[in-house]
Design a protein around this ligand. Structure first.
Ligand code: PA5
Length: 476
């Protein structure tokens, strides 16, 4: 079974649906009520902006964020427009954030800018700044390495560097980005001209208070948009504007999917993909999902999708408080690199996984080489080889009766990446509704954060600290 959204995005389900060894028409019939209820629930979210427990869930408004006031106030939109110029005034942009406040931007950076961006001259970067990410790990070595690199940059250009710290944290309290911000502010201040923009919840949180006090420019992470759904919100758009991303095309891609994946299962590929994965998990022992984009620049997209899948569907409780332990282990890989390390296990290890292939039909660059064991004529195009590798992997898995599904975008543009990311949002929303879970919260992430604050001695966490000390004492 195949779907095509105007050839911009194609979904191929032939190796997860329709054979005797994978999900079949009878399964689909048995789950008909679950699927149509899920479709109705997502439709209700679209209409009311409310999800499980009546909480705000507004991801379906994201494609329209620049055209209405629901998620971004008119004055904020005007300021967003001006960021393009502000980005060009900087030598360096450091985007500080973690989880949903980081992964989408890193994915987009890798796809459209790439590992050599910072080595290009300013002219080759069309005036846009060098880009670094920080706060996505608590590792002091990585942070100090960045400081040393910027010192070298300063020495090279012989004047203070103009550095913009873009601090992205919905809560404004997450330890890693806040620590990175404080360290960078202190370490860079003697050789850089620092400026600051924050993207945070504007109603609460220390970061907001700090930005208010200092008079920094602020953007909001709107209510009803969770971290992993935030790449189309101010989280992705502010960063995107500062580095010259075509954010309008990116949102248009999301909008295209939002408007083409609302219908019944027969013409709604996001709903169909969700249904077959859900049934595979429930009925065929699928416990893991291998995310396998093809192309070196797409590795971080796999990390982004791993977070979406893991945090959205990995839930202990359903919406009625029953323990269900829902979800699949997300495994982010990249082809062809990981075919030489992980494919062995996918092909012959436990039959407990599906592989989600992602590929690009027309790659932006061409390179060919003479292959003496290749086809007649001997010249082989690398892009063709990349796509042939993905296809070969799918076929080999199918020969072993292993499930996979494939999503292919036509080309690598902001529009197509917007489509792809939003397509996975929707499929995840549908599947969460099938499982009857809260797709939009992440109580498991909060659990460890509470322990960490206790171990760091935050006031008010003394009881938990005592409990942890007792437990760690016993273990020692
Ligand atoms: O998806 C989520 O909500 C999380 O991964 C958060 O994005 C992550 O924990 C960072 O949180 P914050 O943006 O509040 O710093």
């Amino acid at each position: 079974m195949k779907f095509s959204l105007d050839k911009h995005l194609d979904v191929d389900l032939q190796y997860i649906f329709g054979s005797k060894w994978n999900v079949n028409a009878e399964d689909l019939q048995n789950y008909e009520a679950v699927i149509s209820n899920a479709a109705k629930r997502v439709q209700r979210i679209r209409k009311t902006g409310k999800g499980p427990g009546g909480k705000a869930v507004l991801f379906s408004r994201l494609p329209y964020i620049l055209d209405e006031n629901v998620l971004m106030a008119a004055e904020e939109r005007l300021r967003l427009e001006r960021l393009d110029g502000i980005g060009k005034e900087q030598d360096v942009l450091i985007s500080i954030g973690i989880g949903g406040s980081y992964l989408g931007n890193q994915a987009i950076f890798d796809i459209f800018y790439g590992p050599y961006w910072n080595m290009r001259s300013r002219r080759e970067r069309n005036g846009y700044p060098q880009v670094f990410f920080a706060g996505q790990n608590a590792d002091p070595a990585a942070l100090m390495d960045l400081v040393r690199q910027l010192r070298r940059e300063r020495d090279r250009c012989g004047r203070k560097l103009r550095v913009l710290l873009l601090i992205i944290s919905k809560s404004g309290t997450t330890v890693e980005p806040m620590a990175a911000f404080h360290v960078l502010r202190r370490e860079l201040s003697d050789f850089c001209e620092l400026s600051f923009i924050t993207v945070t919840d504007r109603n609460t949180g220390k970061l907001h208070e700090l930005a208010e006090r200092e008079g920094w420019e602020q953007f909001a992470v709107p209510e009803g948009i969770g971290g992993r759904f935030s790449v189309f919100s101010q989280v992705g758009l502010v960063w995107g504007k500062l580095v010259g991303l075509d954010i309008r095309a990116f949102l248009d891609g999301a909008r295209f999917v939002e408007e083409h994946c609302r219908g019944k299962i027969s013409d709604n590929p996001a709903l169909m993909l969700a249904a077959v994965k859900f049934i595979a998990m429930k009925e065929y022992g699928v416990a893991a999902e291998v995310i396998m984009p093809y192309g070196a620049g797409l590795r971080a997209l796999g990390w982004w999708y791993a977070q979406l899948l893991g945090e959205s569907l990995g839930k202990k409780f359903d919406n009625h408080g029953n323990i269900i332990y829902n979800g699949r282990i997300p495994v982010a890989c990249v082809g062809t690199t990981d075919m030489h390390s992980l494919t062995q296990e996918h092909q012959q290890g436990k039959k407990n996984k599906i592989v989600q292939f992602i590929s690009v039909r027309n790659l932006p660059d061409k390179a060919d080489f003479f292959c003496d064991d290749g086809r007649a004529g001997g010249m082989v195009d690398l892009g063709m080889l990349l796509n042939a590798a993905a296809r070969s992997n799918q076929e080999a898995l199918a020969q072993e009766e292993r499930m996979s599904c494939a999503v292919e975008i036509e080309k690598l543009t902001e529009f197509h990446i917007g489509m792809l990311m939003y397509f996975f949002f929707l499929a995840t929303a549908y599947e969460g509704a099938m499982a009857d879970i809260n797709t939009y919260d992440q109580p498991g992430v909060e659990d460890y954060k509470k322990n960490m604050f206790a171990l760091l001695g935050k006031p008010g966490t003394e009881a938990r600290r005592a409990e942890l000390d007792a437990r760690m004492g016993q273990a020692a």
